[in-house]
Design a protein around this ligand. Structure first.
Ligand code: ADP
Ligand code: MG
Length: 389
C-alpha cells in the first residue's frame, strides 16, 4: 500500500503543485461468485468486492473545474462542471458521466483535482469501470457534502454508465462496489435491490481469479441477443404462466412443465437463468452452513450451464476451468462476468494455491500461447476513504 500511495503523492505534486490537504479514497474491483446473466432477468447474484482497487488522491477546488490524472493511462483530463459533454473513446467519460448524473439530481458540485492509480486490470471483467465511477461519486460526495446513501450512489453510477458512457450494464457491479464488506459476499435481489451480506469462510481457502487475457470482442452483440432471447422466453411462457414478469418468477418445476412452449435455443437460455437463480439461493445456504464443497459444486454447475445452455463461454475459459478441476485442493471453478473472455474464479485450498498457479499457468500457456494472470484475492470493503498518517 505504501508504495502505491507514495506514487500517487509524487504524481499529485507533479501535476498540481503541493499535495497539501489531499485525501485518499479507494474503490475495489469485484468478482461475481455465482449468478451469471441473472441480473437483467431480475434474479439473484452473489458478488464480492476484492482487494484490487483504484486509489485516488484528491483535493477540492474552489471553482467548477475537475482536473484528473490517471497514472494508468498517463493522461490528464480536464472538464468544467458547467460544460459537460462526452468525448469519444476517453476514460474521462466515466468521471464526467458521474458528474452529469449527480447534477441532473440538482446536486451542487465542487470541482476537484485528483490522481488515480489502479491494480484492477482494465477490460478483464473485474469492473474497473464501476470502480472508477464509484471513486468519483465518493469524492464528489465527500467534497460537496452530498450525503448520498450508498444504494443511491450505486444507482446513479449505473445511470452514468448506461446513459453517458453508453454501456447497458446491470446494477450488480456498482452495487457491490458501493456496499461490499470485508470477508462477506453480497447476495443481491436485482428486482427490488434487497440484499444480505454473507460471511465467506476464508480459513484455509482462497479465491483465485485467473485472467484468460482474451479480449471480450463478441461480448456486446451476443449480450444483447441473450437479453432478447430471455424476453422471448417470458413472452411465450406467459401463455401458461400469465403472472410472470421476468424469468425470475419461473421455478425450475414450472419451466420443466411448460418447456414445450419454447423453441430450442430460447429453452436453453431460460433453463440456464431459472436454474442459476436457484443455484444462487443454494450457494448462499451453503456459505451459511460453512459447506464450501457444496458451494464449489454449484460453481461448476454454473460454469457448465453457461458453457452448454447459455453459450457465453469460450475455449480459453473452458480450458482454465477444466485444468483447475483436475488439480488438487480445488473446490470449484467457473467463468465469471459476461463471458467470451475475461476471468475465471476458483475456490482453492490455501495450501494448494502455489501449485494451482504453476500447473494451471503452465498448461494454459502450452495450449493457448497466452500467459494467464492470477490474482489471489481477499474479499474487501466497498468504496471508502482511507486515512493516511
Ligand atoms: P472492465 O471489465 O474493467 O469494467 P470496461 O471496458 O467496462 O472494462 O471499463 C474499462 C474502462 O474504464 C477503461 O477503458 C477506462 O475508460 C476506465 N478505467 C478503468 N480503470 C481506469 C483507470 N485506472 N484510470 C482511468 N480510467 C480507467
Ligand atoms: Mg465494465
Amino acid at each position: 500500500m505504501q508504495t502505491r500511495v507514495e506514487k500517487l503523492k509524487e504524481e499529485f505534486k507533479k501535476q498540481f503543485g503541493s499535495d497539501q490537504n489531499t485525501r485518499l479514497f479507494q474503490a475495489p474491483g469485484r468478482v461475481n461468485l455465482i449468478g451469471e446473466h441473472t441480473d437483467y432477468n431480475e434474479g439473484f447474484v452473489l458478488p464480492a468486492a476484492i482487494d484490487r482497487s483504484i486509489l485516488a488522491l484528491a483535493r477540492p477546488r474552489k471553482d467548477k473545474q475537475v482536473r484528473i490524472y490517471s497514472l494508468d493511462f498517463k493522461n490528464l483530463f480536464e472538464f468544467s462542471l458547467d460544460k459537460i459533454k462526452p468525448v469519444k473513446d476517453s476514460w474521462g467519460n466515466y468521471p464526467m458521466g458521474v458528474a452529469e448524473v449527480l447534477q441532473q439530481e440538482k446536486l451542487k458540485l465542487k470541482g476537484f483535482e485528483a490522481v488515480f492509480e489502479s491494480n484492477v486490470p482494465v477490460g478483464a471483467g473485474l469492473s474497473s469501470s464501476a470502480a472508477i465511477e464509484l471513486v468519483n461519486a465518493f469524492i464528489f460526495d465527500a467534497f460537496s457534502e452530498l450525503k448520498l446513501d450508498r444504494v443511491k450512489m450505486a444507482l446513479l453510477c449505473q445511470k452514468a454508465e448506461n446513459e453517458f458512457v453508453g454501456v447497458k450494464c446491470g446494477i450488480m457491479d456498482q452495487f457491490v462496489i458501493a456496499l461490499g464488506e470485508k470477508g462477506r459476499a453480497l447476495f443481491l435481489d436485482c428486482r427490488d435491490l434487497s440484499y444480505r451480506l454473507v460471511p465467506v469462510p476464508s480459513e484455509k481457502v482462497k479465491l483465485v481469479i485467473t485472467n484468460t487475457k482474451v479480449k471480450r470482442s463478441l461480448a456486446g452483440s451476443e449480450y444483447n441477443q441473450r437479453r432478447e432471447e430471455c424476453g422471448e422466453g417470458v413472452k411465450l411462457l406467459k401463455q401458461k404462466l400469465p403472472k410472470i414478469k421476468s424469468l425470475r418468477d419461473v421455478t425450475p418445476e414450472e419451466l420443466a412443465e411448460h418447456q414445450e412452449l419454447l423453441p430450442e435455443t430460447v429453452r436453453k437460455r431460460c433453463t440456464h437463468v431459472v436454474r442459476e437463480n436457484d443455484r444462487v439461493t443454494r450457494a448462499e445456504a451453503a456459505l451459511k452452513s460453512n459447506n464450501l464443497r457444496e458451494f464449489g459444486r454449484l460453481m461448476v454447475e454454473s460454469h457448465n450451464s453457461l458453457r452448454d445452455l447459455y453459450q457465453v463461454s469460450c475455449p480459453e475459459l473452458d480450458l482454465l476451468v477444466k485444468n483447475a478441476l483436475s488439480l488438487k485442493g480445488v473446490l470449484g471453478s467457473r467463468m465469471t462476468g459476461a463471458g467470451f473472455g475475461g476471468c475465471t474464479v476458483s475456490l482453492v485450498e490455501e495450501k494448494s494455491v502455489d501449485e494451482f498457479r504453476i500447473k494451471s499457468g503452465r498448461s494454459y500457456q502450452k495450449e493457448t500461447g497466452k500467459v494467464p494472470e492470477f490474482y489471489v484475492c481477499q474479499i474487501s470493503d466497498g468504496v471508502k476513504e482511507i486515512t493516511t498518517s
